[in-house]
Unconditional design. Sequence first.
Length: 95
Amino acid sequence: MLQRTRFKLTTQQVQDGEIHDLVGDCARILHVDPPPTYIEPALQVNARIQGIAAPVLILNRRLVEEMEPEELRFVIGHELAHVRCNHLFMRGIVE
């Protein structure tokens, strides 16, 4: 998923595999389109949705490495629920 380029880790899009399947399952359950999903190099355990019109799911590498599939399903579902409930749009209005 991640490529090392001249000692620099780069963010890579998830296009298949277990993470892709988990995102698809959660999206189907929540009735949202599965967003493009990226894994980024980071030391912290974190996940987030970015974008209002075209949301993108970003998972940190450490999160993916340390969590069991059911834990990841919960995190991914939580993030996709923000999309389902338009939280990013509402946050933009409030700010």
